[in-house]
Design a protein around this ligand. Structure first.
Ligand code: NAG
Ligand code: NAG
Length: 384
């Protein structure tokens, strides 16, 4: 599908609202207690080589089926997986080990709790992505929360100055990508020509005209530090790496764009039509924001399989849904996952590969970790 006219988009939104009103209170953001992550120790590491190249496609992923054969991680394992590296703007790197407190069963959802039967993947017959060409939308919430990562991926603003993206956009499991030393984040902004056109009544109409004629373009911001969980690293989480394909970037300057909160859902059964949404910068539509939605086909505690149409470049996009706020009439969008991408999954650990679109889910533990990265203080992270 190509660019869609504004009226069609508006109509879709009206329909969506109409549908929302018929859904009762069961679609409410659940309230969660979140485990506590504490920093044990931070030690300096040698600077990374920054020599890795972005993988075209991830392969050998141990996906949902494969993970069913793995033992559940112990608390000790989880602490290893959630320990993390930080890379600073000046190229230095540290390793931080963490401890996990207050974890209970409800927070670690069983691997078995898989839902719908798996559909055989036969996607991409019809391309169901929408290019958001109208800058009224592309530079406004919720689309404005989508950002481009200079290594070629997408990401999403989760605070005024933190971006959530996929770990593989930063690190290939062995080393950091060669663009990470000068990592930047692009925010889609309307071009505004300002100033010298004079004062008075003409100025307004002229500047409006120049805004109307300009296509939004990226405004790039430097990244101050990058955090990646050790669970993503080779040799730390064999078999579980896909679950840890997320990273957080702190920007040097807040771009003054609205961000989207993180949320946790117990199961896709909680979602209206099991449907998720994400927008990113797919490679085949350069400079354009591309939006899509689809239903989740299968889930584990840490992954969603879905069949949203997506091209490379959209990896790292924030996967969001809209549910009611508890006790309120208002609906709120929150990010419940990170789009990891098209992956070749080792289904039965026998080398037989099938392809899927995989998204990493925000679990209570990952929520705790990301919240800690962002706030540097766990007291802000006790409930979601
Ligand atoms: C690099 O930056 C970090 C964080 O700002 C700082 O703690 C560290 O001392 C710096 N290292 C060097 C060699 O400049
Ligand atoms: C998960 O599956 C395993 C083996 O299939 C079984 O032994 C275990 O009891 C299941 N756990 C739950 C919580 O259903």
């Amino acid at each position: 599908m190509g660019p869609i006219p504004l009226c069609v988009l508006l109509q879709m939104m009206v329909l969506a609202v109409a549908a929302d009103n018929t859904i009762d209170d069961q679609y409410t953001w659940p309230q969660w207690k979140v485990p506590l992550l504490r920093r044990k120790r931070t030690v300096p590491l040698s600077s990374p080589n920054f020599l890795a190249h972005p993988p075209d496609e991830l392969s050998g992923t141990c996906g949902i089926e494969c993970q069913r054969h793995l033992p559940s991680p112990t608390l000790n394992d989880l602490e290893k997986l959630l320990s993390y590296e930080t890379v600073y703007e000046n190229g230095t790197r540290t390793y931080t080990s963490v401890s996990v407190h207050g974890l209970n069963e409800e927070m670690v959802w069983s691997k078995n709790a898989s839902s719908n039967s798996r559909h055989k993947r036969e996607v991409y017959g019809t391309d169901t992505r929408f290019t958001i060409t109208d800058k009224q939308y592309s530079t406004k919430y919720p689309f404005s929360t989508s950002v481009k990562i200079s290594t070629g991926c997408s990401g999403v603003l989760i605070t005024p100055k933190h971006v959530l993206t996929a770990a593989h956009c930063i690190h290939d499991g062995t080393d950091y990508l060669d663009g990470v030393q000068k990592l930047r984040v692009g925010i889609l902004k309307e071009k505004t020509r300002r100033g010298k056109e004079g004062k008075g009544k003409y100025r307004k109409s002229r500047s409006r005209r120049s805004v109307e004629s300009g296509k939004p373009s990226f405004k790039w911001t430097k990244v101050k530090q990058t955090q990646v969980p050790k669970g993503w690293f080779k040799g730390v989480a064999d078999g579980l790496a896909a679950d840890y394909d997320y990273a957080v970037l702190e920007l040097k300057k807040a771009p003054k764009v609205k961000f989207m909160d993180l949320g946790i859902i117990p199961s896709v059964k909680e979602l209206p039509a099991g449907r998720i949404h994400f927008s990113g910068f797919d490679d085949d539509r350069p400079g354009n924001l591309v939006y899509r939605f689809c239903s989740v086909s299968e889930e584990s505690s840490d992954l969603f399989y879905q069949y949203c149409d997506a091209k490379p470049g959209s990896s790292g996009s924030g996967v969001y849904i809209c549910l009611k706020e508890p006790g309120k009439k208002k609906w709120k969008r929150k990010i419940i996952g990170v789009f990891s991408g098209h992956q070749w999954v080792d289904v039965n650990r026998n080398g037989e590969q099938q392809d899927y679109n995989v998204a990493v889910r925000i679990t209570p533990l990952k929520y705790a970790q990301i919240c800690y990265w962002v706030h540097g203080d766990t007291s802000e992270c006790r409930a979601a």
